[in-house]
Design a binder for this molecule. Structure first.
Ligand code: PLP
Length: 437
């Protein structure tokens, strides 16, 4: 594990790459190649035998992706990382790496809809059971854990509720029982470092804040390197028993000389090899560009979002606002314990005029884009009841935290005056409808 004591703002520019060794290029080159020539047969067999780490084929590793992997691993204080083709692939593989048919995981109910679908349908079809629990009481995770539980899963800052997940409490329960906590930190990079609070694995949709410019789909898995896979060998046969797909390798033993990287090496050498959901080198380059300004952008996202939350909170057309900066009691305590430097760029609010006012608000926007995405440098808005959550029943919508007049904003980094002016303008449009209705 590399310990880099520099600040995040410095790491994202310098960690894992200085200059290209063959050309002295300062920007990370896009290694747009499918394969790599072996020096001789001995070199080839050492690479395949894991005696030496190196490039074999770009489905499994690539030098451009490698810089992104090193940089994010260092930023998070982790041991190793793996880039994949989407956030969805990252979540699926993070779990498939340790859970098999007949096993189960325990997940928070407060997760992205796509992840919910993956867990409730596709994983069920594969024979991996997902037990959903309310994260308000961390003990709920312990209550449904059994011998076949392979992981706990949650999002740091899930929307629409924007209630920070109790990483510290749930990872402590996991440590006691021998179950790792996997955290999707997509909505809170830089402001939350999940490993500092006890999480064991992080997943990212790099599509969002890390990319930051809405150009590419991608994902990452990062291993903190602190979970004791060997000490919990009975629970994790995938890492502690001979793997017939890799000439009987026992991953915890085969990687012993490389540091605490068994989990990531196995994911790379088996799942990425077999499923093939690799990140393209061009997209890796895009994410490296995004990463370079991530701390700067997060600061601005957080600052603007806090100002937007305060503005909406005082607006007569708005009945409630959801943002950690406005929370009190236990919710606020969790936010303040886990987040540093801001409360994130997502803001939710409820319009007094219900579903029609919500639609009218969206149609009244001139600057904010009507988009099913988050984490772009541009400000984005969506009305979930008439779009992303429209297939759900009113009860299901309510359970997901979506009410008829609820609007979600992903506040960007434009000048705050322009954002507030556009919101004000659209709120007037929404309000005139509710007044006339
Ligand atoms: N996790 C979160 C919190 C998300 O918001 C999303 C996408 O919206 C994903 C994961 C999935 O990421 P991707 O779209 O890159 O597959």
């Amino acid at each position: 594990m590399t310990v880099d004591s520099r600040h995040a703002q410095t790491q994202v520019l310098h960690a894992g790459f200085r200059v290209d060794p063959t050309t002295n290029a300062v920007a990370v080159p896009i290694y747009q190649t499918a394969c790599y020539a072996f020096e001789d047969t001995g070199h080839a067999s050492r690479l395949f035998g894991l005696e030496e780490l190196g490039n074999i084929y770009s489905r499994i590793q690539n030098p451009t992706s490698d810089v992104l992997e090193q940089r994010v691993a260092i930023l998070e204080g982790g041991a190793a990382a793996l880039t994949v083709s989407s956030g969805q692939a990252a979540t699926a593989m993070a779990i498939q790496n340790i859970a098999r048919a007949g096993d189960n995981i325990v997940s928070s109910t407060d997760i992205y809809g796509g992840t919910w679908n993956l867990f409730a349908n596709t994983f069920t079809d594969m024979g991996i059971e997902v037990r959903f629990v309310d994260p308000v009481d961390p003990e709920n995770f312990r209550r449904v854990t059994d011998d076949r539980t392979r992981a706990y899963y949650a999002e740091t800052l899930p929307n629409p509720k924007l209630q920070v997940f109790p990483i510290q409490a749930v990872s402590a329960i996991g440590e006691e029982i021998g179950v790792p906590l996997i955290v999707d930190n997509t909505a809170a990079p830089v402001i939350c470092r999940p490993f500092d609070h006890g999480a064991h694995i992080i997943v990212y949709s790099t599509t969002k804040y890390i990319g930051g410019h809405g150009t590419s789909i991608g994902g990452m898995i990062v291993d903190g390197g602190r979970f004791d896979w060997e000490g919990n060998a009975g629970r994790f046969p995938a890492l502690n028993q001979p793997d017939p797909s890799y000439h009987g390798a026992i991953w915890t033993q085969a990687t012993r000389e490389m540091g605490p990287v068994a989990y990531i090496v196995k994911a790379r050498c088996t799942l990425l090899r077999d499923l093939g959901c690799s990140l393209s080198p061009f997209n890796a380059f895009q994410f490296i560009q995004g990463l370079e300004t991530l701390p700067l952008r997060m600061r601005e996202h957080c600052r603007n979002a806090e100002a937007v939350a305060a503005f909406l909170d005082a607006h007569p057309e708005v009945s409630s606002v959801t943002h950690p900066s406005l929370q009190t009691g236990d919710e606020r305590l969790r936010a303040d314990t886990h987040l540093k430097g801001g409360y994130g760029g997502l803001v939710g609010f409820e319009l007094k005029g219900g579903i029609e006012a919500g639609q009218r608000f969206i149609d009244g926007l001139n600057l904010l884009l009507h988009v099913a995405n988050i984490g772009d440098a541009r400000s984005l808005a969506i009305h979930p009841a008439s779009t992303t959550h429209s297939q759900l029943s009113p009860q299901e919508q309510k359970r997901a935290g979506v009410t008829p007049g609820y609007v979600r904003l992903s506040v960007g980094i434009e000048h705050i005056d322009d954002i507030l002016a556009d919101l004000d303008h659209a709120l007037i449009a929404a309000g005139s409808y509710s007044a006339a209705a």
